[in-house]
Ligand binder design. Sequence first.
Ligand code: ADP
Ligand code: 5GP
Length: 204
Amino acid sequence: MNSGSLFVISAPSGAGKTTLLKMVLPTLPNLAFSVSYTTRARRPGEIDGRDYNFVSRDEFLRLRDKGGFLEWAEVHGNLYGTGRAQVEQEMARGLDILLDIDVQGARQIREAGVTNTWLLFIAPPDMAELERRLTSRGTDLAEIIALRLANARQEMASIGLYDFVVLNDQLERAADTIRAIIIAERSRTRRNALGRPINLPETP
Ligand code: ADP
Ligand code: 5GP
């Protein structure tokens, strides 16, 4: 099949997903980030169309009802969804796509049976280290951190859904592991080393 692959990445908040994706994305060719739609407010520094497509709740529901999302979910009180058109067009061009989505979204993708899909879960070394990272990031109030830690316990219970678990103990090692997974998928017999599909000869 001449199509790119889908790499779905989930992690409990604070596990280091944003940091790792920023390390991995610029280092691999033919890898595109899927910009999700969300109803949450834009944070300082975020750019519409680059970090998210920021839309009203009405607009989100309109898109959802038209079948515009590959998956969608409510996370921490806001709606998030993966735009179907961007993903399907880029995969058809042979690009690999990276989705940064939560466990509910990953489950929908798995259940939809999208071909060439790999699910990666980024795990912190332990809950104490997760709490330390959330606290040291300095972006969230204590009660929000407590909520995120409670959610993290639930999310960690879904690890069995995923194809790969990447332990983020040391950043460089975790980034290398994510790259290795993508490169290994690209090296399967149907693709060449740059990730472009190849037409295999018929086996006798
Ligand atoms: P997420 O996007 O998963 O919520 P971030 O990428 O914002 O998490 O990381 C949370 C905090 O933890 C940041 O301050 C980041 O610098 C730090 N961090 C991430 N990975 C590591 C690591 N392997 N070791 C130490 N600190 C880390
Ligand atoms: P944040 O608001 O901190 O950027 O993201 C909160 C959570 O929403 C993260 O777990 C992130 O992975 C998830 N998320 C972001 N985009 C999507 C999406 O399109 N679909 C789903 N299901 N989750 C998303």
